[in-house]
Design a protein around this ligand. Structure first.
Ligand code: CS2
Ligand code: MN
Length: 356
């Protein structure tokens, strides 16, 4: 298991590489270029500059989160091919600096969705929360406004402005796309990526939908065991793999996380793991918590144990943390709580590795 941390770059992260390298056990970062509009090729010189910076700090840059997928690809429009060509060239450019895994998602229009970006918990810390009734009562444009206001001035991953500018039009285009169509469009995309992945060894790791159910009437397919199995069968190759995100899939308590890890991990198809804990009150009603099992509804020990037992040697990172100790930063991505999470998960791993 290789413990890494997500990092948003020198210009848009209050956490520095110099801090990240001080977290015991953290060997690298999951990074990205955040200033390239979705759909365009990532320029090699910018990728090189990022990779050099990370490496100079004593960290590895082997995971990219995320190369976002242009909406036309998800919609299956005739224009998709030019965007897929750019994606292929981006993969080639990333591989040339040693990137091994690319995390992406296939969620229509919206990436992750919360109703509250900073809900105060009993201990005074702040966490993100999801209350379905608040979401249902809000129209998507208001949600975007709320995210902008609550983002502490940072860009929020997956909520890039250019992607959302033509919201109404994009939402109406999805009227013609149901779940089966979305699967077809994902298959088309993955088939076209296969040659460059085979050539470079880069592995694609699809991130589950967060939350793992339909929002605003949009289709969502990366939601449960059967659908994950279906994704893997679209193109049966190690380049078509998963980012197993416990906080995304775990929002639905019917999802048996350790069982999924065993099933898909044994097949060598989990390339990246996000570990996040949630306190779930009812379906569609939860808030994020510290990573500690007893703070939430998900059993982090069982998650790590399943990974240990399948001999997981891929990348893993703590996912969203709370805001604690007065830290101000991008919601979910403070330093302190994620560092605590990393240490806790590393501690479980050490215990597992020393138990007979
Ligand atoms: C992340 C996602 O912050 C988060 O919730 O897990 O934004 C994730 O990076 C993307 O969905 C992956 O493409
Ligand atoms: Mn995640």
């Amino acid at each position: 298991m290789k413990m890494i941390l997500r990092w948003f770059g020198r210009d848009d992260d209050h956490v520095s590489l110099e801090y990240i390298v001080q977290i015991p056990g953290v060997s690298g970062i999951a990074g990205a270029l955040f200033d390239v509009p979705v759909g365009e090729e990532w320029p090699l010189d910018k990728i090189r500059a990022l990779a050099d910076d990370v490496k100079k700090s004593g960290l590895k840059f082997e995971v990219v989160e995320s190369v976002n997928v242009h909406e036309d690809i998800k919609l299956g429009l005739p224009t998709r091919d030019q965007y897929i060509d750019n994606y292929i060239q981006t993969i080639r450019n990333l591989a040339s600096v040693g990137v091994k895994v690319i995390c992406y998602n296939f969620m229509p229009v919206f990436d992750w969705l919360r109703s509250d970006l900073a809900m105060q918990l009993e201990d005074g810390s702040y966490a993100m929360a999801y209350h379905e009734d608040k979401i249902i009562d809000t129209n998507p444009v208001e949600i975007i406004e709320r995210f902008r206001e609550g983002s502490q001035g940072f860009s929020l991953p997956g909520w890039e402005p250019e992607r959302l500018a033509e919201l109404k039009q994009v939402l109406s285009q999805y009227a013609a796309v149901d779940e089966d169509k979305l699967f077809d469009n994902l298959k088309y995309f993955l088939e076209r990526l296969k040659p460059v992945c085979d050539e470079t060894g880069v592995k694609m790791a699809i991130h589950p939908d967060d939350p793992p159910w339909s929002v605003f009437g949009l289709p969502r397919i990366i939601t449960n065991r059967d659908n994950l199995a279906r994704v893997l069968s679209l193109v049966d190759s190690p380049h078509n793999g998963l980012t197993l995100c416990t906080g995304s899939l775990g929002a639905n308590l019917d999802n048996d996380l350790p069982a999924m890890i065993r099933e898909f991990g044994k097949r060598g198809r989990i390339h990246f793991v996000h570990v996040r804990n949630l306190k779930i009150y009812a379906p569609g009603d939860f808030h994020e918590t510290s990573h500690l099992s007893s703070d939430g509804s998900l059993d982090m020990f069982e998650v790590m144990k399943a990974l240990y037992e399948i001999g997981f040697d891929g990348y893993l990172r703590p996912d969203h943390g709370r805001m604690i100790w007065g830290e101000k930063g991008r919601p979910g991505y403070g330093l302190y709580d994620r560092a605590l999470g990393a240490m806790y998960l590393t501690g479980i791993w050490e215990a597992l590795s020393k138990m007979v």
